[in-house]
Every structure is written in structure tokens, then in C-alpha cells.
Design a protein around this ligand. Structure first.
Ligand SMILES: Nc1ncnc2c1ncn2[C@@H]1O[C@H](COP(=O)(O)OP(=O)(O)OP(=O)(O)O)[C@@H](O)[C@H]1O
Length: 597
């Protein structure tokens, strides 16, 4: 439950302009829908502006002159205006929500698919919760901006332009008087926007931190560790501390610029009073320079301006916050893919499965000492290689170079003479089957888990693979057989059973090369024999490279290499190496397993 940082570095900050252009590009596929939204918003805003003029006519003409026909017509007009604007709004909201959600869907999928291409190294240095938080919290946080703010902005601009024009037409002096405060508001809004952007950054970081903590500590392994280490209370305290920090940030997000918004609100709300007062001042001998109808129409226009103007002055604040969210997402989309598929892959006819490593060197990023150096090994097709050595000598790392979970730093790994870096991912994954040290099973049925390797596998194929892995009989004894649902991370199955399921899953793809990283956890002799039988059966006719943690399992390998701090120290068969009396012999003697020599 480390509190290591996110592990992702911020690439050079995107310029605001570049970011805006990139955001606009996201909307490009939906420009037709957006055009309809623009038309609907503009239409509804313009139609709404007819109302004040209808009011003026009612007040100045229809009512004083007792013209009932005109009054009915004007009243009906007012009702029609509301019907039209409401219908336009419903339609527009539906369209803009659809576009907003589609853009979010595109972003979510783009981030997910980019992350799928990232190498193991990225996930090794990044906290799981952090990755998920970018997809759920950051993209989720954009929803308001994308779906509502953007269209509100559009309608607000239209209303403000149209209402201001109408106000000028009614009385230009009153209009100017109403707008004196605008520049001051705009300036302050800019400052509050920057403030909001910084707070949003803090909030998203805090959210990611909280997600990571939950992800790690509420997983089966996390709970197991905290229960057995008696750390539940302190973890709860840590969580509470983080959650409390989030509370503070959330309050800051909500209240940033609140005083500013209230001031605007008060000033805007006092405007009609000011206007009546100014109109009163202009009256002489009981006659005002402006008719009552115009005055009412003017203040009603002003009223319709309140919300849009206020929103426009604060929309910058919202957008600044969202820019930060977009920035975090773009940062992930821009992560370089360190293990990329070749543009023009070599397509060999059929792979036999000869694996050759030539002068292989490898260093993990950020480490001083190379993990592997000068490794030369050839495993002829159909033969077996066992890699042994002290813990940390680089066995697993070496085996990961064949399926390209990591790329060599120097030298090369070839399959049938073709560099693995020149093969398409499809060819490579079809050629190399990997059974990793830690078996990962999805929360789904056994059959679904097996079919993850080969979605179109028939039941017979599943049974055959499970038989080879010596797990079929066991599965048939379960009440639900192959339909048994595997618990979270396969917890209902024992370690040995999970390994055999993993072996069955891998051989279902029938790869010519098998890379097996033996589980380090000790299995009882009976289980170990069962797993060994599964491995032996799975290896038949395949090139097999086994990372051996238990020396009892390597005796039959065609070749054994002994790694020492990343270098091949000895090589040969079990008998040859024993006779040599070197490092391997020492390891064998030290191995707790009784070995018949
Ligand atoms: N992602 C990583 N970043 C940096 N160093 C790593 C990383 N993964 C492994 N190492 C280091 O590389 C070395 C070789 O690790 P590797 O897992 O290949 O050893 P191993 O021989 O398989 O060990 P074991 O028998 O304990 O599984 C170790 O010192 C390990 O700490």
C-alpha cells in the first residue's frame, strides 16, 4: 500500500490555444448535430426576445385603447413564444446531451485503448487507482462543461447580443447606464478563473489519490494484508485524512469566487430599480421621456439578461476548471507507447518455435546496474530451457523479453530468425504463450476465463485443454462444472488449481512456444506434482522456457542456464551441471526439496 506518486510525468505543458484547438477537434465528428444545436439555440433566443415588444404593445396600445382583438392576439403571441422556446430547448438539450456524451465516450475509449497499448513498465510504475481515476473522475468531471456549459454559453451569447440590441433600440441611454460595470466584472472573473483552475487540479489529484488507496486497500490482497498485519485502523485513519483533504478542496471548488458572483448578482438585480429611478428623474410635468410600455419592456429585457450575463461572466471560471481536466486526459493520451507494433511487420509462414537470444542486455528505466547483460541462448524448436538462479538474478525479466513484455536494451531476441520486434502483435501472441507467476482470473465462469484466450473455442476444445492441464476431472466435480463462477481474482480456487487453469487457458491457443514462470509460492508435494504433470503435458511438442524457482522441476530440461546478476554463469543439462560442481550444484544442495541425484 505504497503512497508512491503517480509515476507519470507531465509532458511539456500544452499551450492554452493548442489545448482549445484539440478540444474543438473532439467535437468535429458531430458538427452537423452541433450546427442544429446552434440554430435551435439562436432560434429560441431570438423568439424569446419578441416578448418584451409584445408587452410594450399591450401596455402602450392594446390596454389603454381597449382593443380587445389586438390584446387577444398579443397575448396569444406571448403564449406561442413560450411554446416555441420550450420545444426548441427540449430538442436542443437532447442533441447537446447526446453530443456531449458521445465526446466523453470517445475520450474514455481513446484513453482506454491507449492504456491497453502501454507496456508493463508503465503499469509497474503507476498506481492502479490513478489510472482508473483519469478515466472515471476526470472524464466524468468534464460532463457538466461539455454537455451544459457549452450550450449555455451559446444561448447566453445569443441572448446577450439580441437583448442588448433590443435594449439599444428601446433606449440607448438606459442601455449604456446598465453596462457601466461590465469591464470590472470581466477583469475579476479572469482572476477567479485562474484560481478555480488550480483548485480543480488539486481536487483531481486528491480524487486519484483516494481512488488508488481504495483500489489497493479494498482488494482481496489488500484486506488480507491489513487484517493480518493489524493495520485496519491505521488504514482507516489514513483514508479519513485523505478524504478530509478532499472535503476541504471540494469546499474550495464550490466557494471559489462565490463573493464575486454574489456581488454581480446584487448589482444586476438592483438594475431595474436604478432604471425606474433614472426614468423618474427624466420626467417633467408628469411626462416621462420614455413610455411605460417601453420601460416595462426594457426592464423585462434586462431581466432576461440577468442569468445569461451572470453566467457569461462566470463561465470562464467553469471552463478554466475543465481545461485542467482536459489537460489531465490529454496527458494520458500523449504518453509515448514504448513497446510499439512494427509498421511493416514480417509475416513468417508458420513458426516452428526456435528461440534465440543474442547478446541480450536489459536495464529497467531509472536503474543503474543492468538487469541482464550479454545473454546468449538458443532453444531449438520443440526443446526445453530452464532458467535458474538466485532470486533477483533476472530470470523473470529474461522470460518477459520473448513475448515483448519488455524490449531488450541491447542485442536481440528472435523467433525462427525473425526479431520479435519485427513481428505483428497478433503473430507474436499466437507464437508465444505465457503462464505468468501470478495467475489472474476474471470474475466470470471458468469457461469464460478459458475462452479469454480463444473466444471461439468449442466446449470440446476447452475440455481437451483442461485435460492436458490435469484440471478437467476436478472441474467436472464442481456443482456447476465449467460454469462455476470464479471469485474475485480466482479466490475460490487453490494456488495449484489456478495455475492449472492458467496452463489450460494458455494451451488453448496452441502456441508453439510456451513461457512458464513458475509460481514462487510453495505448493505441497501432491499439488506440485499435479502442476508439474500439467506443465509436462502442455510442453509436449512445444518450445518450453521455464523460469524455475524450484530446482526439483528442472531436471528434465534439455538445457539449463544459471543466471547470476543478469549474466549466464553456467549452462548444460542437469547431469552435466551437477558433475561440474559449480553454482548449480551449490544451488541444488541448498534447495530444501529432496532431490534424487
Ligand atoms: N519494474 C521494475 N523496475 C525496476 N527494477 C525491477 C523491476 N522489475 C524487476 N526489477 C529488478 O530486476 C531484477 C531482476 O528481477 P526478476 O524478477 O527478473 O528476478 P528473478 O530472478 O525472476 O527473481 P525471483 O526469483 O525472485 O522471481 C531484480 O533486482 C528486481 O528488483
Amino acid at each position: 500500500m505504497s503512497s508512491a506518486g503517480s509515476g507519470t510525468t507531465r509532458p511539456q505543458a500544452l499551450t492554452k490555444d493548442g489545448q482549445l484547438r484539440r478540444i474543438l477537434r473532439l467535437f468535429r465528428p458531430y458538427r452537423r448535430k452541433l450546427l442544429s444545436v446552434v440554430l435551435l439555440v439562436a432560434g429560441s433566443s431570438l423568439v424569446a426576445l419578441v416578448n418584451p415588444f409584445l408587452i410594450r404593445e399591450i401596455m402602450d396600445t392594446a390596454l389603454p385603447q381597449d382593443r380587445l382583438g389586438l390584446l387577444s392576439l398579443l397575448s396569444l403571441g406571448m403564449i406561442m413564444v413560450s411554446v416555441t422556446t420550450s420545444s426548441f430547448n427540449v430538442w436542443q438539450t437532447h442533441l447537446s446531451a447526446t453530443v456531449g456524451q458521445l465526446v466523453m465516450h470517445d475520450l474514455r475509449t481513446a484513453v482506454y485503448s491507449h492504456l491497453q497499448r502501454m507496456s508493463l513498465a508503465f503499469f509497474a510504475r503507476t498506481r492502479t487507482g490513478e489510472v482508473q481515476s483519469r478515466i472515471s473522475n476526470d472524464i466524468g468531471g468534464m460532463q457538466v462543461t461539455i454537455t451544459t456549459t457549452a450550450t449555455a454559453l451559446l444561448s447566453d451569447v445569443t441572448v446577450v447580443i439580441a437583448a442588448t440590441t433590443a435594449m439599444f433600440l428601446l433606449d440607448w441611454r438606459l442601455t449604456l447606464a446598465s453596462m457601466l460595470m461590465l469591464p470590472v466584472f470581466a477583469l475579476v472573473s479572469r482572476r477567479v478563473g485562474n484560481q478555480r483552475r488550480n483548485i480543480t487540479r488539486d481536487r483531481q489529484r486528491q480524487l486519484a489519490e483516494l481512488s488508488s488507496t481504495m483500489q489497493e486497500s479494498l482488494s482481496i490482497s489488500g484486506i488480507l494484508l491489513s487484517h493480518t498485519m493489524g493495520r485496519s485502523h491505521s488504514l482507516t485513519d489514513d483514508f479519513a485524512r485523505q478524504s478530509r483533504k478532499l472535503t476541504d478542496v471540494e469546499v474550495r471548488v464550490t466557494t471559489a469566487g462565490l463573493w464575486y458572483q454574489s456581488t454581480i448578482w446584487i448589482v444586476i438585480a438592483s438594475m431595474p430599480a436604478m432604471i425606474y429611478w433614472v426614468a423618474g428623474l427624466t420626467s417633467s410635468n408628469g411626462h416621462m421621456a420614455i413610455s411605460i410600455g417601453s420601460l416595462v419592456a426594457f426592464t423585462s429585457l434586462q431581466q432576461s439578461l440577468f442569468r445569461p450575463a451572470q453566467r457569461l461572466l462566470t463561465v470562464g471560471i467553469e471552463i478554466q476548471g475543465s481545461l485542467e481536466l482536459f489537460g489531465r486526459i490529454f496527458e494520458y493520451l500523449d504518453l509515448p507507447v514504448d513497446i510499439a507494433e512494427p509498421e511493416r511487420p514480417v509475416e513468417p509462414a508458420a513458426l516452428r518455435g526456435e528461440v534465440r537470444m543474442r547478446g541480450v542486455g536489459f536495464s529497467y528505466a531509472g536503474t543503474q546496474r543492468p538487469t541482464l547483460a550479454g545473454v546468449d541462448v538458443t532453444v531449438p524448436a520443440g526443446r526445453s530451457l530452464a532458467i535458474v538462479g538466485e532470486t533477483g538474478s533476472g530470470k523473470t525479466t529474461l522470460s518477459y523479453l520473448i513475448p515483448r513484455l519488455y524490449d531488450v536494451t541491447s542485442g536481440s531476441v528472435t523467433i525462427d530468425g525473425v526479431d520479435v520486434r519485427d513481428l505483428s502483435f497478433d503473430t507474436l501472441t499466437a507464437a508465444v504463450g505465457v503462464v505468468a507467476q501470478e495467475t489472474y482470473l476474471f470474475h466470470a465462469t471458468v469457461a469464460d476465463n478459458l475462452r479469454f484466450a480463444k473466444p471461439d473455442a468449442t466446449d470440446e476444445e476447452l475440455f481437451a485443454a483442461a485435460r492436458i492441464a490435469h484440471i478437467h476431472d476436478y472441474l467436472m466435480l464442481l456443482p456447476d462444472g465449467y460454469d462455476t463462477v470464479v471469485g474475485e481474482r480466482g479466490y475460490r480456487f487453490s494456488g495449484g488449481e489456478k495455475q492449472r487453469l492458467a496452463i489450460a487457458r494458455t494451451i488453448l491457443r496452441d502456441p508453439p512456444i510456451l513461457v512458464l514462470d513458475e509460481a514462487t509460492s510453495a505448493l505441497d508435494t501432491h499439488t506440485e506434482q499435479a502442476v508439474q504433470k500439467a506443465i509436462d503435458a502442455a510442453s509436449v511438442g512445444r518450445t518450453t522456457i521455464t523460469v524455475a524457482h524450484r530446482l526439483s522441476t528442472v531436471r528434465n530440461a534439455d538445457e539449463i542456464i544459471v543466471l547470476d546478476r543478469g549474466r549466464v554463469q553456467e549452462r548444460g543439462t542437469h547431469d552435466e551441471l551437477l558433475l561440474r560442481g559449480g553454482h548449480y550444484a551449490t544451488l541444488i544442495n541448498r534447495d530444501t526439496e529432496p532431490v534424487a541425484v
